[in-house]
Ligand binder design. Structure first.
Ligand code: NDP
Ligand code: 2IT
Length: 449
């Protein structure tokens, strides 16, 4: 890294010393844009990087609610309004006990670049809470969402900041959040949240978009390298929104998905995942994945007992980590490579540790980076916003066709940037460079703000 990059990274490390995930996300970007910085010495004087790594605004707030036993519970809410250069802040809400400022900031930072890659007018933001929806009644979820929105509503709006789902926030939560927003504002502001239900302003294909988009990107990346998905064996970690629809599209394109997981363990199904059964257990019953092994014969269940998740020890051609950050460790990367993996597609945000990504690239494994590969979700959120503004709905096929086109374009930008800067086939660098150059240009055009 050159001296300007070193200086900024050091400042980030000092100022955010207790935020390891945030530092990791910044380091991942800064370590790939040296050639851009070398070409633009004027960036240093304009403090382009210093402005990029400082959120425009970071809001934290108290979220109290009364649980079913009558006890008052207090959680912490967050919204990081990171960057509004190219559109209103846009990004999901995560409800998970691990949520903290570091995780919010890493997600918000990644979102800036991801959203720029979509080619749509959306800035970067993220939010959430350390609230754990697991084991809570519908009533408790609703009361929590109402309390969360009672504060959040003063900071968002369809031209200001547009939240959506992420881990622990799906259609149910978005419905409760939307209802409370509408009640407080006394206005039907359809585009203030995305991932809404189809009966009140949601977009067809938004639910499927992140997983479908990931597989479209993988198909493009393989195609550009004279490979294809047909007949390939695939591992998909997680069994939530992204994982399930990645599985569906991978199967549709002729791949065989042999394993999926949740935070407790994974199932290895040599005959190929029965997606209808998986959806029944995960989407309808909200159950554990171990249930899948109980209901289908010949399926092996492996419990997760350390940071090296057992799913990555299974032999396969392609790995799609779709659960959470840092779920692919260096050890896991080594197991995958030893077993002959040819490509990694990041459905989750920052699922590979930096060491794992570096190892894959060093071994010549194709890596589809999260910022690019999982951008189909937020891109379709932007399509939902535009439908809300038009007061008109597109068909499933229309939205899916737009999504597919966007993913093809994102792949092409990553490919082009990686070639232009002499880092052929390094799509991690390509994604960072393509988005960074666009953002830097917008920043210069808008002056010092
Ligand atoms: P869901 O809540 O629907 O599913 C999350 C899945 O990941 C579950 O299977 C969950 O298992 C597992 N998981 C969550 N936390 C952990 C953990 N700490 N360790 C191991 N497994 C874990 O979330 P999504 O599918 O929406 O999100 C998955 C990933 O994709 C996240 O990284 C998210 O940021 C990213 N993403 C999501 C988009 C979207 O549109 N939804 C768009 C782009 C990226 P369990 O049930 O046991 O907790
Ligand atoms: O990480 C992500 O891109 C998301 N969780 C989706 C964000 C959105 O606004 O649809």
């Amino acid at each position: 890294m050159n001296s300007y990059l070193e200086k900024v990274l050091n400042e980030v490390k000092i100022k955010n010393h207790n935020e390891p995930e945030y530092i990791q996300a910044v380091e991942e970007v800064l370590s790939t844009i040296e050639r851009v910085i070398d070409k633009h010495p004027e960036y240093e004087n304009l403090a382009i990087l210093e402005r990029m790594v400082e959120p425009e605004r970071l809001i934290t707030f108290r979220v109290p609610y009364i649980n079913d036993e009558g006890k008052t519970i207090v959680n912490r809410g967050y919204r990081v309004q990171f960057n509004s250069l190219i559109g209103p802040y846009k990004g999901g809400l995560r409800f998970h006990p691990s949520v903290n400022q570091s995780i919010m900031k890493f997600l918000g930072f990644e979102q800036i670049f991801k959203n720029a890659l979509t080619g749509l007018p959306i800035g970067g933001g993220k939010g959430g809470s350390d609230f754990d929806p697991k084991g809570k009644s519908d009533n408790e979820i609703m009361k929590f969402c109402q309390s969360f929105m009672t504060e959040l509503q003063r900071h968002i709006g369809q031209d200001v900041d547009v939240p959506a789902g992420d881990i622990g926030v799906g259609a149910r939560e978005i419905g409760y959040l939307f209802g409370q927003y509408k009640r407080i504002k006394n206005a039907y502001e359809g585009g203030v949240l995305t991932g809404k239900g189809l009966s009140y302003g949601g977009s067809l294909a938004r639910k499927e978009a992140t997983g479908f988009g990931l597989v479209y990107f993988m198909r493009e990346m393989l195609g550009a390298n004279n490979l294809n998905l047909n007949g390939k064996t695939v591992l998909i970690s997680g069994s939530g929104n992204v994982a399930i629809y990645a599985c569906q599209k991978a199967q549709e394109l002729g791949a065989k998905v042999v394993a999926m997981s949740d935070s407790k363990g994974c199932v290895y199904d040599k005959d190929g995942i029965d997606l209808a059964l998986m959806k029944q257990i995960k989407e309808v019953e909200r159950g554990r994945i171990s249930e899948y092994a109980k209901r289908k014969s010949g399926v092996e269940y492996m419990e997760t007992t350390s940071a090296d998740a057992p799913i990555w020890t299974i032999k396969a051609d392609i790995a799609l980590p779709c659960a959470t950050q840092n779920e692919v460790t260096l050890n896991s990367a080594k197991s995958l490579v030893e077993n002959g993996v040819i490509a990694i597609g990041e459905g989750a945000n920052m699922p590979c540790t930096k060491e794992a990504t570096d190892y894959f690239l060093e071994k010549g494994i194709l890596v589809a980076p999260a910022k690019a590969a999982n951008a189909g979700g937020v891109a379709t959120s932007a399509i939902e916003m535009s439908q809300n503004s038009m007061r008109y709905y597109l068909t499933f096929e229309e939205v899916d066709a737009k999504l597919e086109r966007i993913m093809i374009n994102i792949f092409k930008s990553c490919q082009k940037a990686s070639e232009e800067y002499g880092m052929d086939k390094n799509y991690v660098a390509g994604a960072n460079i393509a988005s960074f150059t666009k953002l830097a240009e917008a920043m210069i055009a808008q002056g010092v703000v």
